[in-house]
Write a protein that binds this ligand. Structure first.
Ligand code: PRP
Length: 195
């Protein structure tokens, strides 16, 4: 059996009681729930990579910056940090063709790589990133996302670690934005996009 087993995602229900004001985005996943889940993911990743040497965490800018910061500090294994950035061309709030705008700085050849995403929606970005990073000849490439919109998938992509499975809400906070707003909210909230 593959030792890199999926961590089963939590399913989130919108009925969760909100603890924020009416003007703030409606709370979907509370700060303490995120913290507990990040700790669980970090424990699983630490276990899976216990005998693999240093793990290279590749955070996908911008949205993954807070998740990566918290996840990386909970790991108990040797790790290093890289960042990557892409832009996607699509219509409205959906992503389409993906283009690399910032590559990893360090040499990842022969090393174990874990891509850290804030959200996987259609899957186009992650599929592109897996292929792009594999071209650097790493020992392995695995994937971790805080949020997964499974019902929105347009392409098949392997996700090894999933924090939470969500519906088709537009989510903000904990690194995620809508029109660059609300990235620094401590919780995950929902907004209604206007486009
Ligand atoms: C988000 C997220 C992923 C991508 C997922 O990035 O960080 O990279 O969308 O979408 P997909 O599965 O449909 O390809 P976004 O374009 O919002 O940029 P940002 O992280 O800089 O906010």
């Amino acid at each position: 059996m593959d030792r890199f087993m999926n961590v089963l995602p939590y399913r989130i229900h919108l009925s969760r009681k909100s603890s924020v004001t009416d003007t703030a985005p409606k709370e979907l996943i509370a700060e303490n729930v995120i913290r507990e889940r990040v700790t669980e993911l970090a424990a699983k990743i630490s276990e899976d990579y216990a005998d693999s040497g240093e793990l290279v965490l590749v955070g996908v800018l911008k949205g993954a910056f807070i998740f990566l910061a918290d996840l990386s500090r909970e790991l108990t294994i040797p790790r290093s940090i890289e960042f990557i950035a892409v832009s996607s061309y699509g219509t409205g709030s959906k992503s389409g063709a993906v283009r690399l705008v910032l590559d990893v700085r360090g040499d990842i050849a022969g090393r174990h790589v874990l891509i850290v995403e804030d959200i996987v929606d259609t899957g186009h970005t992650l599929k592109y990133l897996i292929g792009m990073l594999k071209s650097h000849k790493p020992a392995s490439v695995r994937t971790c996302t805080l949020l997964h919109k499974a019902e929105q998938a347009e392409v098949e992509v392997d996700i090894d670690y999933i924090g939470f499975s969500i519906g088709d809400e537009w989510v903000v906070g904990y690194g995620l934005d809508y029109a660059e707003q609300n990235r620094t909210l401590p919780y995950i909230g929902c907004v209604k996009p206007t486009d």
